[in-house]
Design a protein around this ligand. Structure first.
Ligand SMILES: [Fe+2]
Length: 234
């Protein structure tokens, strides 16, 4: 599959991969918030960021600490891990990787072991700056995949440039049940969300096995080596 300079929107069956239901159930049982696009209404003001998030802060809010309890596999502390309900999010994600291998890439994938969760609260950012993942040590062989579990429109979705270094950032609008695949050489980021709802998404990186090389570099946030068994699974 050649995705050079491309942004592709794909579709999947939400009955087979019920990501939104898993997030809704988690938000309902942890915050009493059954409609997860209203997450911002269920977080106390003093637990919300009081300024626009920057790089280094955009994975570390109270809302992230709640959302990452969606699956015990995100938890490193065995005590917390044992208390976190398994809603099969990661198991569903792993099945989704199988779907991408069989229906999209027609090849085995090396894939990010645990996808990154994004929360785009009203009047804030979900990602601190426009970037290419390679700016943070990611291998250039990676292909980015972005999956919203709410609607993703206007200022509440990912903004992409249309070709390398074009800098013409524009929103890529995606419905629940759709996903984006994009060339990791394209810069992307987001704008302050003025849509009045919380956008939640997850994203991850894959490398077709034929293109995978072991990297000595590590991720900046979690200090994981970009290798199978550490940052990646296979
Ligand atoms: Fe990125």
């Amino acid at each position: 599959m050649n995705i050079e300079n491309q942004i592709i929107i794909g579709k999947y069956d939400t009955n087979i991969f019920p990501f939104a239901e898993i997030f809704a159930e988690h938000c309902s049982e942890t915050l009493n918030c059954s409609e997860h696009y209203k997450l911002h209404e269920y977080i106390a003001d003093n637990l919300k960021p009081n300024k626009i998030l920057r790089v280094g802060e955009d994975q570390a809010t109270y809302a992230h600490s709640v959302l990452y309890k969606i699956d015990p596999r995100y938890q490193k502390d065995p005590e917390i891990k044992s208390k976190v309900k398994d809603r099969a999010f990661i198991k569903t994600y792993e099945r989704f990787i199988g779907f991408l291998e069989a229906s999209v890439f027609f090849e085995k994938l090396v894939y990010q072991k645990l996808p990154t969760l994004r929360i785009h609260l009203p009047n804030n950012l979900s990602v601190g700056e426009y970037h290419r993942d390679r700016d943070y040590n990611h291998p250039i062989e990676e292909i980015n995949i972005w999956v919203p579990v709410t609607k993703a429109k206007g200022s509440a979705t990912i903004q992409m440039e249309s070709s390398y270094d074009a800098g013409d950032f524009h929103p890529i609008e995606v419905e629940y049940g759709e996903y984006l695949i994009f060339d990791s050489g394209l810069k992307h980021g987001n704008e302050v969300n003025i849509e009045g709802y919380t956008r939640i998404s997850f994203d991850f990186r894959v490398i077709p096995i034929s293109n995978y090389k072991v990297s000595d570099l590590s991720s900046i946030n979690q200090k994981m080596k970009f290798a199978v068994g550490d940052y990646y699974s296979y």
